[in-house]
Write a protein that binds this ligand. Structure first.
Ligand SMILES: NC(=O)c1ccc[n+]([C@@H]2O[C@H](COP(=O)([O-])OP(=O)(O)OC[C@H]3O[C@@H](n4cnc5c(N)ncnc54)[C@H](OP(=O)(O)O)[C@@H]3O)[C@@H](O)[C@H]2O)c1
Length: 214
């Protein structure tokens, strides 16, 4: 499949490109806001890059794609206005563009807490609400979705082992971005993840096995 990766230059996005580059079933198209990132991202695993901004027009980026991975985010250094514009509205625009251009498959990098923003700290409530609104839009779309909700992300090396559940019983610990990326890329090929929402943290189950057990 031709897979558009939004947020390709991010920490998780780069790892997603790396996994896609090693997967013969897929071809990664890296969405970037700066063309100078192209060379690095192509070395990592992108077959090509496309210049696009989630706050602007997106039709040209999704045309001809078979699947979209949303791994973008405004990050912690900007305020709630950017969270709304990128994490919520940017994702919603991408979902609408996918529907308009016949892209069938959409994998969303969401977060634990997206289904219950009220339990978050004051700092996190708005972020959780924005991510939850984007997830709701996807759930109510015509797309074949997978919504991946990790707990806290780390920069540790991945070991390919996770804990998975529709709803985890506790959120202690974290999960390496590399493993989240692997979950997202493997979800493209595991039919059992179609139409599913699940939470993940580091654990002891092999990723592929875990996805099939959902
Ligand atoms: N941190 C956590 O513990 C945690 C937990 C659960 C889920 N998550 C989710 O995981 C996502 C990925 O995290 P990360 O740390 O890997 O992200 P990251 O390194 O901060 O990367 C975010 C990416 O989004 C891109 N982006 C920002 N605004 C954009 C826009 N307007 N148009 C297009 N692209 C835009 C950035 O582009 P540039 O490179 O051009 O800046 C960057 O490539 C987060 O955003 C969050 O929603 C995080």
């Amino acid at each position: 499949m031709k897979v558009l990766v939004a947020g390709a230059n991010g920490s998780t996005g780069r790892s997603i490109l790396n996994h896609l580059g090693k997967n013969d079933n897929h071809e990664a198209i890296a969405m970037v806001r700066d063309n100078s990132q192209a060379e690095t991202l192509e070395k990592l695993g992108a077959s090509t890059t496309i210049l696009a901004d989630l706050e602007k027009e997106l039709d040209h980026a999704v045309e001809g794609c078979d699947a979209i991975i949303f791994a973008a985010g405004s990050g912690s250094k900007t305020g709630p206005d950017k969270t709304t514009l990128v994490d919520e509205q940017g994702a919603i625009k991408l979902i609408e563009a996918a529907e308009k251009h016949g892209v069938k498959r959409f994998v969303m990098l969401s977060t634990v807490g997206a289904d219950k923003p009220e339990v978050g700290s004051d700092d996190m409530k708005h972020y959780y609400k924005s991510k939850g609104n984007a997830d709701e839009k996807l759930i109510n779309s015509s797309l074949v979705y997978t919504i991946v909700r990790p707990g806290r992300l780390s920069y540790d090396s991945g070991n390919g082992k996770i804990r998975i559940a529709e709803k985890l019983e506790d959120y202690s610990g974290d999960i390496p971005r590399e493993d989240v990326a692997k979950v997202i890329v493997e979800s493209l090929d595991v039919q059992n993840t179609h139409g599913k929402i699940f939470e993940i943290l580091t654990g002891d189950q092999d990723i592929n096995e875990a996805l099939k057990s959902l």
